[in-house]
Write a protein that binds this ligand. Structure first.
Ligand SMILES: O=CC(=O)O
Length: 273
């Protein structure tokens, strides 16, 4: 299984020879921005995702990243410490870790992954605020719903768990970054284009502390060379259980389609052709 290049998977070259015969496209993950949905719908086919297995592992990974971002602030990144000890330098690092207790985490997108991450952060002593396009009726009363602007202003750490849509593309941009606190941390476990990388690279040089996950497949060289970033090749959803689970979800989607005419987790109703 190839991992780490999310956006290129279901493009026209792949779909071309498969439509109109193929009637079900089963994607191995939560997001659907990698699929040409209009084309699939117009060809009378179903697109479906595999949302269940990856969301717990991704939520857990986002909490791990938040903890690393606070305590591993800037130069004291876990990997940098490891390299320092291995190089025989012991603590040859500029140490400036932050306590996460009492600090505010702003979750953008309290949908499938956000609630679990927010709950864990709450029990670790962080204050949780969130912004959602639609109110989440099952959101914990421990979490405060705020406007997007308030989320930028109040957060010590911003966690991105929203889907990539036309509305959320580049939601982290110069304008939003200008509103954040100095030293704000940014953890992106959603999809790359939610962050405008050039604006992020500028903000990294203006006194903000930002740790970003996921820029793919071509990582902006300014982020690669900057000491305040931690980069990950879109692997936060990977664990032995989630990989097995995703494969099972794909197979059960296909079985359900063959048996009932509809997959378990469809993303669309196909148009009659
Ligand atoms: O990025 C992975 C997913 O959307 O599942």
């Amino acid at each position: 299984m190839r991992t780490g290049v999310w956006t290129s998977a279901w493009h026209k070259r792949l779909l071309g020879p498969l439509v109109p015969e193929c009637k079900i496209f089963a994607s191995p993950g939560v997001g659907s921005d990698n699929m040409d949905l209009p084309r699939i719908i117009q060809n009378g086919a179903f697109a479906c995702n595999a949302p269940t297995s990856v969301r717990r592992v991704t939520a857990d990974g986002s909490v791990m990243s938040i903890m690393n971002a606070f305590r591993g602030t800037m130069i004291l990144k876990v990997t940098a410490q490891d390299m320092s000890v291995r190089a025989g330098k012991w603590a040859d690092l500029n140490v400036d870790p932050l306590d996460w207790r009492g600090r505010t985490v702003g979750v953008l997108g309290l949908g499938m992954i956000g609630p679990r991450a927010a709950t864990m952060c709450h029990y670790l002593g962080m204050k949780i605020i969130y912004h959602n396009r639609h109110a989440n009726p099952s959101a914990s009363e421990n979490f405060e719903l705020v406007s997007q602007d308030e989320l930028w202003k109040q957060s010590h750490c911003i966690l991105l768990t929203c889907p990539l849509t036309d509305e959320t593309r580049y939601v982290i941009n110069k304008d939003s970054l200008d509103k954040t606190k100095d030293g704000v941390l940014l953890v992106n476990v959603a999809h790359g284009p939610i962050v405008h990388e050039e604006s992020l690279a500028d903000a990294l040089n203006s006194g903000k502390v930002l740790i970003v996950f996921e820029n793919e497949p071509n990582v902006n060289p300014r982020l690669v060379t900057h000491p305040n970033t931690t980069l990950s090749p879109h692997v936060m959803y990977l664990a032995d259980t989630s990989l097995r689970g995703v494969n099972e979800e794909i197979i059960w989607n296909i079985v359900a389609y063959l048996e009932t005419g509809k997959p378990n987790t469809p993303l669309n109703e196909p148009m009659a052709v």
